[in-house]
Design a protein around this ligand. Structure first.
Ligand SMILES: Nc1ncnc2c1ncn2[C@@H]1O[C@H](COP(=O)(O)OP(=O)(O)OP(=O)(O)O)[C@@H](O)[C@H]1O
Length: 257
């Protein structure tokens, strides 16, 4: 099983869209995929039409003492082979508890360990804040995918995110390969073209050589719950990005604990 953290400390850079498109691509290729929505805003959960009221069983239950197992929280989705653990608003309170409850930073990794035989890939959609939930995802992941908007401000956010990942990597003493995915690219703007060039110069080897273009069909997909099968330039770009990510062979297999 490969665990992928999809993370960036900056909001609105395409994390949820990326998670959804990569997961769908993997499931359509016959892989057994689990999505875990770690973002209290629950965009990914809503994209699958899971109602917010009453709050669904989901990610938060992994962190309390309810004894809920990850396997029991996974719900089927409209896509064969793709399961989802829904986010609940209560996730937002976890950051406070984390400070006082030792061991909570590794709760997700422990839960994933138990479902290794059930899934080929687990994708973790992270919130845009460096808190307990993101640290859990980075500690548990086998690889990190950082979607980054192609504009000058977003490049600062990217540098912060990669520094954070390197800190976590040092403390867990296991490599965390990092892959950068340029998103929301507008080739008609000079700042877009310039930012993409900068990305490739600064992070050579870690950046997908393409870029996901602005595409209204991708923008509308989650809101309309038609996230299941968007088509068009954006969806095509994600297919190519997934192929590139899978071709990065330096990702080590998970070691036995
Ligand atoms: N390639 C694209 N073209 C057009 N719109 C896009 C594209 N990718 C994402 N969007 C839209 O941009 C917005 C932000 O995307 P998304 O929710 O995936 O980002 P996020 O990083 O997960 O955001 P947040 O930090 O708020 O969770 C959404 O409305 C989404 O539909």
């Amino acid at each position: 099983m490969q665990a992928w953290a999809i993370a960036n400390q900056k909001g609105g850079v395409g994390k949820t869209t990326t998670t959804l498109c990569l997961a769908r691509g993997l499931a359509l290729a016959g892989q057994r995929v689990l999505l875990i929505d770690l973002d209290p805003h629950a965009s990914l959960t809503r994209a699958f039409g899971v109602p917010a009221n009453p709050p669904p069983a989901g990610t938060h239950d992994l962190f309390d003492n309810s004894g809920a197992s990850l396997a029991s929280l996974a719900r089927a989705t409209q896509i064969d082979g793709l399961k989802l653990i829904a986010a609940q608003p209560a996730l937002a309170t976890l950051e406070r508890r984390g400070a006082t409850q030792p061991g909570l930073g590794l709760a997700l990794g422990r839960a994933l360990h138990a479902v290794q035989p059930l899934y080929d890939h687990v994708l973790l959609d992270c919130p845009p804040t460096l808190g307990l939930l993101m640290v859990n995802a980075l500690a548990a992941a086998d690889r990190l995918v950082v979607p980054t908007q192609t504009d000058p401000l977003a490049l600062h956010g990217l540098a912060d995110m990669l520094r954070t990942a390197e800190m976590v990597e040092r403390s867990r003493r296991r490599p965390l390969p990092q892959h950068v995915l340029p998103t929301l690219y507008d080739r008609r703007t000079r700042s877009g073209v310039h930012s993409l060039e900068l990305l490739h110069d600064r992070y050579e080897g870690r950046v997908w050589p393409g870029a996901v273009p602005m595409d209204t069909r991708l923008r509308d997909a989650p809101a309309l719950t038609t996230a299941i099968a968007p088509s068009g330039r954006g969806a095509d770009a994600y297919r190519r990005a997934l192929a590139w990510l899978l071709a990065q062979h330096h990702v080590p297999q998970r070691q036995a604990a």
